[in-house]
Design a protein around this ligand. Structure first.
Ligand SMILES: [Zn+2]
Length: 366
Protein backbone atom coordinates (compact mmCIF):
# COMPACT_ATOMS: atom_id res chain seq x y z
CA UNK A 1 0.00 0.00 0.00
CA UNK A 2 2.30 2.83 -1.18
CA UNK A 3 1.56 6.56 -1.04
CA UNK A 4 -0.48 6.39 -4.24
CA UNK A 5 -3.14 4.59 -2.18
CA UNK A 6 -3.61 7.59 0.09
CA UNK A 7 -6.77 9.48 -0.85
CA UNK A 8 -6.77 13.26 -1.01
CA UNK A 9 -4.58 16.09 0.25
CA UNK A 10 -1.88 15.49 -2.40
CA UNK A 11 0.02 18.73 -1.62
CA UNK A 12 0.39 17.85 2.05
CA UNK A 13 1.55 14.34 1.27
CA UNK A 14 4.00 15.69 -1.28
CA UNK A 15 5.48 18.21 1.18
CA UNK A 16 6.00 15.49 3.76
CA UNK A 17 7.67 13.23 1.22
CA UNK A 18 9.89 16.08 0.03
CA UNK A 19 11.11 16.53 3.58
CA UNK A 20 11.85 12.82 3.74
CA UNK A 21 13.78 13.07 0.48
CA UNK A 22 15.88 15.97 1.76
CA UNK A 23 16.51 14.14 5.04
CA UNK A 24 14.93 17.07 6.82
CA UNK A 25 11.99 15.37 8.39
CA UNK A 26 10.94 17.19 11.57
CA UNK A 27 11.31 15.30 14.87
CA UNK A 28 7.77 16.16 15.88
CA UNK A 29 4.89 16.37 13.43
CA UNK A 30 1.32 17.30 14.29
CA UNK A 31 -1.11 15.77 11.81
CA UNK A 32 -4.40 17.61 12.20
CA UNK A 33 -7.70 16.69 10.60
CA UNK A 34 -11.22 15.50 11.21
CA UNK A 35 -12.02 12.01 12.44
CA UNK A 36 -11.46 9.65 9.53
CA UNK A 37 -9.38 12.09 7.49
CA UNK A 38 -6.41 9.69 7.25
CA UNK A 39 -4.01 11.03 9.91
CA UNK A 40 -3.14 7.60 11.28
CA UNK A 41 -2.95 5.98 7.84
CA UNK A 42 -0.55 8.70 6.69
CA UNK A 43 1.63 8.47 9.83
CA UNK A 44 2.06 4.72 9.29
CA UNK A 45 2.86 5.27 5.62
CA UNK A 46 5.56 7.76 6.56
CA UNK A 47 6.91 5.33 9.17
CA UNK A 48 7.21 2.69 6.44
CA UNK A 49 8.84 5.10 3.99
CA UNK A 50 11.42 5.95 6.69
CA UNK A 51 12.21 2.31 7.37
CA UNK A 52 11.52 0.30 4.23
CA UNK A 53 14.30 -2.20 3.55
CA UNK A 54 13.78 -1.98 -0.19
CA UNK A 55 12.90 1.67 -0.53
CA UNK A 56 11.73 2.91 -3.87
CA UNK A 57 10.81 6.21 -5.40
CA UNK A 58 7.60 7.23 -7.09
CA UNK A 59 7.42 10.54 -8.96
CA UNK A 60 10.95 11.20 -7.73
CA UNK A 61 9.88 11.05 -4.09
CA UNK A 62 10.46 8.39 -1.42
CA UNK A 63 7.97 5.54 -1.28
CA UNK A 64 7.90 2.11 0.37
CA UNK A 65 7.64 -1.47 -0.87
CA UNK A 66 4.90 -2.70 1.48
CA UNK A 67 6.45 -6.19 1.46
CA UNK A 68 9.70 -6.12 3.45
CA UNK A 69 9.75 -7.16 7.10
CA UNK A 70 9.71 -3.56 8.33
CA UNK A 71 6.82 -2.56 6.06
CA UNK A 72 4.70 -5.58 6.89
CA UNK A 73 5.20 -5.36 10.63
CA UNK A 74 4.46 -1.64 10.73
CA UNK A 75 1.33 -2.31 8.68
CA UNK A 76 0.09 -4.65 11.42
CA UNK A 77 -0.74 -1.54 13.45
CA UNK A 78 -3.06 -0.32 10.74
CA UNK A 79 -6.33 -1.63 12.15
CA UNK A 80 -6.14 0.63 15.18
CA UNK A 81 -9.52 -0.32 16.66
CA UNK A 82 -8.71 -4.04 16.56
CA UNK A 83 -5.17 -3.59 18.00
CA UNK A 84 -6.52 -1.31 20.70
CA UNK A 85 -9.21 -3.84 21.67
CA UNK A 86 -6.56 -6.59 21.88
CA UNK A 87 -4.33 -4.48 24.11
CA UNK A 88 -7.23 -3.61 26.40
CA UNK A 89 -8.26 -7.25 26.61
CA UNK A 90 -4.70 -8.32 27.42
CA UNK A 91 -4.69 -5.85 30.30
CA UNK A 92 -8.04 -7.11 31.53
CA UNK A 93 -6.52 -10.57 31.84
CA UNK A 94 -3.68 -9.42 34.10
CA UNK A 95 -3.58 -9.80 37.85
CA UNK A 96 -5.36 -6.99 39.65
CA UNK A 97 -2.08 -5.42 40.90
CA UNK A 98 -0.44 -5.51 37.46
CA UNK A 99 -3.54 -4.16 35.79
CA UNK A 100 -3.25 -0.87 37.65
CA UNK A 101 0.30 -0.29 36.49
CA UNK A 102 -0.16 -1.37 32.89
CA UNK A 103 -0.81 1.22 30.23
CA UNK A 104 -2.13 0.59 26.75
CA UNK A 105 0.38 0.54 23.86
CA UNK A 106 0.40 -0.97 20.39
CA UNK A 107 3.77 -2.21 19.20
CA UNK A 108 3.85 -4.55 16.22
CA UNK A 109 7.49 -3.62 15.41
CA UNK A 110 10.26 -3.00 17.97
CA UNK A 111 10.80 0.52 16.65
CA UNK A 112 7.19 1.59 16.24
CA UNK A 113 5.21 2.52 19.32
CA UNK A 114 1.59 3.62 19.02
CA UNK A 115 0.20 5.39 22.07
CA UNK A 116 -3.61 5.55 22.18
CA UNK A 117 -5.61 7.27 24.92
CA UNK A 118 -5.75 4.96 27.94
CA UNK A 119 -9.18 3.77 29.13
CA UNK A 120 -11.37 4.25 31.03
CA UNK A 121 -10.62 7.98 31.04
CA UNK A 122 -9.50 7.85 27.39
CA UNK A 123 -6.64 10.25 28.02
CA UNK A 124 -2.91 9.97 27.33
CA UNK A 125 -1.43 9.43 30.78
CA UNK A 126 1.89 10.43 32.26
CA UNK A 127 2.99 6.78 32.57
CA UNK A 128 2.57 6.38 28.85
CA UNK A 129 4.79 9.39 28.15
CA UNK A 130 7.32 8.14 30.74
CA UNK A 131 7.49 4.86 28.85
CA UNK A 132 8.22 6.82 25.66
CA UNK A 133 10.96 8.77 27.45
CA UNK A 134 12.57 5.53 28.67
CA UNK A 135 12.81 4.22 25.14
CA UNK A 136 13.25 7.16 22.87
CA UNK A 137 16.95 7.84 23.55
CA UNK A 138 17.98 4.30 22.54
CA UNK A 139 18.89 3.82 18.90
CA UNK A 140 16.33 1.85 16.90
CA UNK A 141 17.04 -1.87 16.78
CA UNK A 142 15.82 -2.82 13.33
CA UNK A 143 14.71 0.43 11.77
CA UNK A 144 16.59 3.55 10.70
CA UNK A 145 14.18 5.79 12.52
CA UNK A 146 12.08 4.92 15.55
CA UNK A 147 8.55 6.21 15.29
CA UNK A 148 6.10 7.17 18.04
CA UNK A 149 2.47 7.86 17.19
CA UNK A 150 0.20 9.52 19.75
CA UNK A 151 -3.27 8.90 18.33
CA UNK A 152 -5.04 11.62 20.32
CA UNK A 153 -4.31 15.05 21.73
CA UNK A 154 -6.27 14.37 24.93
CA UNK A 155 -3.25 14.52 27.26
CA UNK A 156 -3.49 14.61 31.03
CA UNK A 157 -1.74 17.75 32.22
CA UNK A 158 1.32 16.02 33.63
CA UNK A 159 1.61 13.88 30.49
CA UNK A 160 1.64 16.96 28.27
CA UNK A 161 4.38 18.54 30.39
CA UNK A 162 6.48 15.39 30.17
CA UNK A 163 6.05 15.25 26.42
CA UNK A 164 7.22 18.82 26.20
CA UNK A 165 10.53 17.79 27.78
CA UNK A 166 11.08 15.22 25.04
CA UNK A 167 10.28 17.77 22.36
CA UNK A 168 12.86 20.14 23.83
CA UNK A 169 15.62 17.62 23.20
CA UNK A 170 14.48 15.04 20.68
CA UNK A 171 17.03 12.39 19.66
CA UNK A 172 18.33 12.38 16.08
CA UNK A 173 16.83 9.02 15.21
CA UNK A 174 13.25 9.35 16.45
CA UNK A 175 10.11 10.88 14.99
CA UNK A 176 7.01 11.69 17.00
CA UNK A 177 3.61 12.01 15.35
CA UNK A 178 0.85 13.76 17.26
CA UNK A 179 -2.58 13.18 15.74
CA UNK A 180 -5.33 15.61 16.57
CA UNK A 181 -8.73 16.76 15.43
CA UNK A 182 -8.00 20.11 17.01
CA UNK A 183 -4.39 21.35 17.40
CA UNK A 184 -5.70 23.96 19.86
CA UNK A 185 -6.01 21.14 22.40
CA UNK A 186 -2.23 20.81 22.53
CA UNK A 187 -0.09 23.08 24.68
CA UNK A 188 1.13 26.10 22.68
CA UNK A 189 4.68 25.10 23.67
CA UNK A 190 4.12 21.66 22.12
CA UNK A 191 2.71 23.19 18.97
CA UNK A 192 5.62 25.58 18.61
CA UNK A 193 8.10 22.69 18.73
CA UNK A 194 6.30 20.69 16.06
CA UNK A 195 5.61 21.04 12.37
CA UNK A 196 1.86 21.16 11.76
CA UNK A 197 0.21 19.60 8.71
CA UNK A 198 -3.52 19.62 8.17
CA UNK A 199 -5.55 17.09 6.25
CA UNK A 200 -8.48 19.00 4.80
CA UNK A 201 -11.91 17.68 3.88
CA UNK A 202 -12.27 16.06 0.48
CA UNK A 203 -14.94 16.99 -2.04
CA UNK A 204 -17.92 14.64 -2.12
CA UNK A 205 -17.12 13.89 -5.77
CA UNK A 206 -13.60 12.69 -4.80
CA UNK A 207 -15.01 10.45 -2.08
CA UNK A 208 -17.57 9.12 -4.52
CA UNK A 209 -14.99 8.09 -7.10
CA UNK A 210 -12.82 6.43 -4.43
CA UNK A 211 -15.86 4.55 -3.12
CA UNK A 212 -16.57 3.32 -6.63
CA UNK A 213 -13.20 1.52 -6.43
CA UNK A 214 -13.25 0.49 -2.79
CA UNK A 215 -16.95 -0.22 -2.12
CA UNK A 216 -18.27 -1.85 -5.31
CA UNK A 217 -20.93 -3.55 -3.14
CA UNK A 218 -22.72 -0.19 -2.83
CA UNK A 219 -24.71 1.04 -5.81
CA UNK A 220 -24.04 4.52 -7.25
CA UNK A 221 -26.95 6.10 -5.35
CA UNK A 222 -25.69 4.66 -2.09
CA UNK A 223 -22.14 5.81 -2.80
CA UNK A 224 -23.38 9.31 -3.60
CA UNK A 225 -25.28 9.36 -0.30
CA UNK A 226 -22.36 8.09 1.81
CA UNK A 227 -19.97 10.55 0.13
CA UNK A 228 -22.24 13.43 1.18
CA UNK A 229 -22.69 12.18 4.73
CA UNK A 230 -19.00 11.57 5.49
CA UNK A 231 -18.00 15.21 5.87
CA UNK A 232 -15.07 14.90 3.51
CA UNK A 233 -13.36 12.14 5.49
CA UNK A 234 -12.35 9.02 3.58
CA UNK A 235 -12.13 6.88 6.72
CA UNK A 236 -15.66 7.79 7.68
CA UNK A 237 -16.94 7.01 4.21
CA UNK A 238 -15.28 3.59 4.22
CA UNK A 239 -16.65 2.61 7.61
CA UNK A 240 -20.07 4.20 7.13
CA UNK A 241 -22.88 2.03 8.53
CA UNK A 242 -25.30 2.51 5.68
CA UNK A 243 -27.84 0.00 6.93
CA UNK A 244 -28.26 1.66 10.34
CA UNK A 245 -28.40 5.06 8.74
CA UNK A 246 -31.15 4.08 6.33
CA UNK A 247 -33.10 2.45 9.17
CA UNK A 248 -32.86 5.58 11.36
CA UNK A 249 -33.76 7.75 8.41
CA UNK A 250 -36.87 5.68 7.74
CA UNK A 251 -38.05 6.43 11.27
CA UNK A 252 -37.15 10.10 10.96
CA UNK A 253 -39.04 10.42 7.69
CA UNK A 254 -42.11 8.76 9.15
CA UNK A 255 -42.06 11.18 12.10
CA UNK A 256 -41.67 14.28 9.94
CA UNK A 257 -44.35 13.17 7.50
CA UNK A 258 -46.86 12.39 10.22
CA UNK A 259 -46.17 15.79 11.76
CA UNK A 260 -46.51 17.53 8.41
CA UNK A 261 -49.78 15.83 7.62
CA UNK A 262 -51.14 17.17 10.88
CA UNK A 263 -52.12 13.75 12.16
CA UNK A 264 -51.73 12.79 15.80
CA UNK A 265 -48.39 11.65 17.18
CA UNK A 266 -49.13 7.95 17.09
CA UNK A 267 -46.40 7.44 14.47
CA UNK A 268 -43.85 9.21 16.63
CA UNK A 269 -44.70 7.14 19.67
CA UNK A 270 -44.82 3.90 17.73
CA UNK A 271 -41.27 4.58 16.58
CA UNK A 272 -39.75 5.67 19.84
CA UNK A 273 -41.58 3.17 22.03
CA UNK A 274 -39.14 0.50 20.89
CA UNK A 275 -36.16 2.72 21.73
CA UNK A 276 -36.68 3.33 25.38
CA UNK A 277 -34.75 0.77 27.39
CA UNK A 278 -31.01 0.70 27.87
CA UNK A 279 -27.89 1.98 26.17
CA UNK A 280 -28.87 0.61 22.79
CA UNK A 281 -32.06 2.63 22.93
CA UNK A 282 -30.10 5.74 23.75
CA UNK A 283 -27.81 5.19 20.80
CA UNK A 284 -30.82 4.68 18.54
CA UNK A 285 -32.38 7.91 19.77
CA UNK A 286 -29.13 9.73 19.14
CA UNK A 287 -28.89 8.52 15.58
CA UNK A 288 -32.57 9.30 15.08
CA UNK A 289 -31.95 12.87 16.26
CA UNK A 290 -28.90 13.26 14.01
CA UNK A 291 -30.87 11.97 11.05
CA UNK A 292 -33.81 14.28 11.80
CA UNK A 293 -31.39 17.21 11.80
CA UNK A 294 -29.95 16.20 8.45
CA UNK A 295 -33.41 15.89 6.93
CA UNK A 296 -34.48 19.28 8.27
CA UNK A 297 -31.26 20.83 6.94
CA UNK A 298 -31.90 19.31 3.55
CA UNK A 299 -35.45 20.69 3.60
CA UNK A 300 -34.07 24.15 4.41
CA UNK A 301 -31.61 23.87 1.51
CA UNK A 302 -34.44 23.00 -0.85
CA UNK A 303 -36.63 25.81 0.48
CA UNK A 304 -33.86 28.35 -0.06
CA UNK A 305 -33.04 27.13 -3.56
CA UNK A 306 -29.74 25.49 -2.59
CA UNK A 307 -30.66 21.99 -3.78
CA UNK A 308 -27.03 21.22 -4.66
CA UNK A 309 -26.23 21.16 -0.91
CA UNK A 310 -28.74 18.41 -0.15
CA UNK A 311 -27.04 15.41 1.41
CA UNK A 312 -29.79 12.81 1.25
CA UNK A 313 -29.57 12.86 -2.52
CA UNK A 314 -31.17 9.46 -2.95
CA UNK A 315 -34.52 10.71 -1.63
CA UNK A 316 -34.36 14.22 -3.03
CA UNK A 317 -37.78 13.95 -4.70
CA UNK A 318 -39.45 12.96 -1.45
CA UNK A 319 -37.66 15.74 0.43
CA UNK A 320 -38.76 18.26 -2.15
CA UNK A 321 -42.39 17.40 -1.62
CA UNK A 322 -41.95 17.70 2.14
CA UNK A 323 -40.15 21.03 1.75
CA UNK A 324 -43.08 22.34 -0.28
CA UNK A 325 -45.62 21.23 2.34
CA UNK A 326 -43.79 22.79 5.28
CA UNK A 327 -43.05 26.46 5.62
CA UNK A 328 -39.62 27.72 6.59
CA UNK A 329 -40.77 28.73 10.08
CA UNK A 330 -42.02 25.22 10.77
CA UNK A 331 -38.71 23.67 9.77
CA UNK A 332 -36.88 26.12 11.98
CA UNK A 333 -39.17 25.42 14.89
CA UNK A 334 -38.67 21.70 14.42
CA UNK A 335 -34.88 22.16 14.45
CA UNK A 336 -35.16 24.18 17.66
CA UNK A 337 -37.39 21.50 19.14
CA UNK A 338 -34.69 18.95 18.39
CA UNK A 339 -32.17 21.10 20.20
CA UNK A 340 -34.46 21.02 23.25
CA UNK A 341 -34.64 17.24 23.11
CA UNK A 342 -30.85 16.99 22.97
CA UNK A 343 -30.40 19.30 25.91
CA UNK A 344 -33.01 17.26 27.78
CA UNK A 345 -31.10 14.08 27.07
CA UNK A 346 -27.88 15.61 28.32
CA UNK A 347 -29.65 16.49 31.54
CA UNK A 348 -30.85 12.88 31.62
CA UNK A 349 -34.51 13.79 31.59
CA UNK A 350 -36.77 10.94 30.78
CA UNK A 351 -36.35 10.44 27.08
CA UNK A 352 -40.04 9.94 26.58
CA UNK A 353 -40.73 13.33 28.15
CA UNK A 354 -38.29 15.19 25.95
CA UNK A 355 -39.54 13.42 22.85
CA UNK A 356 -43.05 14.51 23.79
CA UNK A 357 -41.74 18.05 23.89
CA UNK A 358 -40.37 17.55 20.40
CA UNK A 359 -43.71 16.26 19.18
CA UNK A 360 -45.33 19.43 20.46
CA UNK A 361 -42.75 21.53 18.66
CA UNK A 362 -43.64 19.78 15.42
CA UNK A 363 -47.33 20.58 15.68
CA UNK A 364 -48.41 22.72 12.76
CA UNK A 365 -49.36 26.17 13.89
CA UNK A 366 -53.06 26.81 13.57
ZN1 LIG B 1 9.43 -2.11 2.60
Amino acid sequence: MPFSDFTGNPETVQRLREMLARDHFPHAVILAGAHGSGKYTLALMLARAMNCLEPRAANGLPDFCGRCSNCTRIALAQDLDARFAEAVEARENLRETDKKETRIFIQPHPDLLVIPPDPPQMMIKVDQVRHVIQRIYYRPAEARESVYVFTSSAFMKEAANSLLKVLEEPPEFATIFLLTENPGELLPTIRSRSAIFTLGALAASDLESQLAKLRPDWNPRQRALVARLSEGAMGRALSFDLESYVAARGHALAMLKSALSGSDHSELFKTTETYRPGAEGRQKIESLLRTLYLLLEDMMCLQSGAGQLVRNTDIQGELKKMAETADFAWVQRAAEGLGEVERGMRRNLLRSLSLDAFATALEPRA
